[in-house]
Design a protein around this ligand. Structure first.
Ligand SMILES: Cc1cc2nc3c(=O)[nH]c(=O)nc-3n(C[C@H](O)[C@H](O)[C@H](O)COP(=O)(O)O)c2cc1C
Length: 387
């Protein structure tokens, strides 16, 4: 990417700023090409907030690399002229098996925040998990998408029952299809690069406001997360008593917890290491996917995966190992920084095109053709790719 300096619209501020280091003449051709646009368009603290992982960032680095340790076994001479990339999650259709994971504070990247993200997702025929820590309200997000776009709401199981019930009732009324409960965050991961503070992040969290409450400070938000330290599986049962929305548990990394999820009535499991932002040193999600798929076999629980998905072949590998769909976190943010709603749509469009091409090259014309025998080897903890 050539060095250049030019005036570029700042999507956060709605005005121009000088941008260095990006040759705007070259169109992004793969998902990772979008990342520099985020770095160039936000203050360093915001860039670090979105980029960073926990501690030494071993898991953050391993997430995308791990996919490269799996090789594909393509089948030839199959008619792949008509390919169907569509699937469903919890009975709701997606045009291809990729959705957007919950990430907080989109207004720190684009002035329309999660509304822009949701429009891009909707135009791409994808699904979105809205973060409880979003800067735009779930009602505004719901009003901005096509009626058939699956929206799910991520929640942290805060102890304050009034606040929790209020957000759940709002999600039900706005037509959200499921609650995605984050279970890997009893405490916030140790992000060394954020020790300088989060002062440039947009601190509005409309999901957490009770009627009549004007603002919600970052300190108040962190105090709420602190309340989650004492949560247990009983709280999943408590939640099932509050809502009939399906529950997806996000952040499960072991067969043991997957079996608990089945026992406690989960409708789905999102295998996730939070994009390397919680416990550093846990495996890449693709390395634990098979054990989790195995653990829930025979139940109706759907298994999804996020963390490090960057290419169409990553999607194909995850599906071959048993995921029903995958989700991306940072890539949506990169697209948002690139060109708001259109940028998000473009990132997802590239993933869809790459996935469809990978299906063709592997001899698959529908998702039911994607089976474990497409994977050449499963080297758990193999160290042939440098960390
Ligand atoms: C900046 C940022 C904010 C995030 N905020 C949340 C959140 O509010 N709730 C949550 O459950 N996960 C959150 N995550 C984790 C993502 O949902 C997702 O698991 C992760 O980004 C996937 O990895 P990827 O970015 O490599 O695709 C966040 C991740 C990032 C990078």
């Amino acid at each position: 990417m050539a060095l250049s300096c030019r005036k570029r619209a700042d999507p956060r501020l709605g005005k121009y700023r000088v941008v260095y280091n990006i040759n705007m003449a070259s169109e992004p051709v793969c998902v990772e090409d979008f990342e520099p646009y985020l770095k160039a368009s936000v203050p360093d603290t915001v860039w670090q907030y979105f980029r960073s992982g926990a501690d030494g960032e071993q898991t953050l680095r391993d997430n995308p690399l791990a996919f490269q340790r799996y090789r594909l076994r393509p089948r030839c001479l199959r008619d792949v002229s008509q390919r169907d990339t569509s699937t469903s999650i919890l009975g709701h259709r997606l045009s291809f098996p990729v959705g957007v994971s919950p990430t907080a504070c989109h207004a720190s990247v684009h002035r329309d925040g999660e509304v822009a993200t949701a429009k891009g997702v909707s135009n791409a025929g994808s699904a979105m998990i809205l973060s409880m820590w979003s800067n735009r309200s779930l009602e505004d997000v719901a009003a901005s998408v096509h009626p058939d776009t699956p929206l799910l709401l991520q929640i942290n199981l805060i102890r304050n029952e009034g606040r929790l019930k209020a957000v759940i009732r709002r999600a039900e009324a706005a037509g959200f299809k499921a609650l995605v409960v984050t279970v890997d965050q009893p405490v916030v991961g140790n992000k060394l690069h954020l020790k300088g503070g989060k002062r440039d992040l947009d601190p509005t969290y409309p999901q957490l406001l009770l009627p009549g409450e004007g603002t919600f400070t970052l300190e108040k938000a962190l105090a709420l997360v602190k309340e989650t330290e004492s949560l247990t599986w009983k709280d999943i049962l408590r939640l099932r008593g509050i809502t009939s929305l399906p529950l997806v548990l996000k952040g499960i990394l072991t067969a043991e917890d997957a079996r608990e999820a089945v026992k406690h009535g989960a409708a789905g499991i999102l295998v996730s290491n939070h994009g390397g932002r919680q416990l550093d040193g846990v495996p890449a999600t693709i390395d634990v996917l098979a054990e989790i798929v195995d653990a829930v076999r025979g139940s109706n629980v759907e298994v999804y995966l996020d963390s490090g998905v960057r290419k169409g072949t990553d999607v194909l590998k995850a599906l071959a190992l048993g995921a029903r769909a995958v989700f991306v976190g940072r890539p949506a943010i990169w697209g948002l920084a690139y060109d708001g709603e259109k940028g998000v749509e473009k990132v997802l469009g590239i993933l869809k095109e790459e996935f469809s091409r990978a299906m063709a090259l592997c001899g698959c014309s529908s998702l039911s053709d994607i089976k474990p025998d497409l994977i050449a080897r499963m080297p758990y903890n193999n160290s042939d790719v440098e960390l």
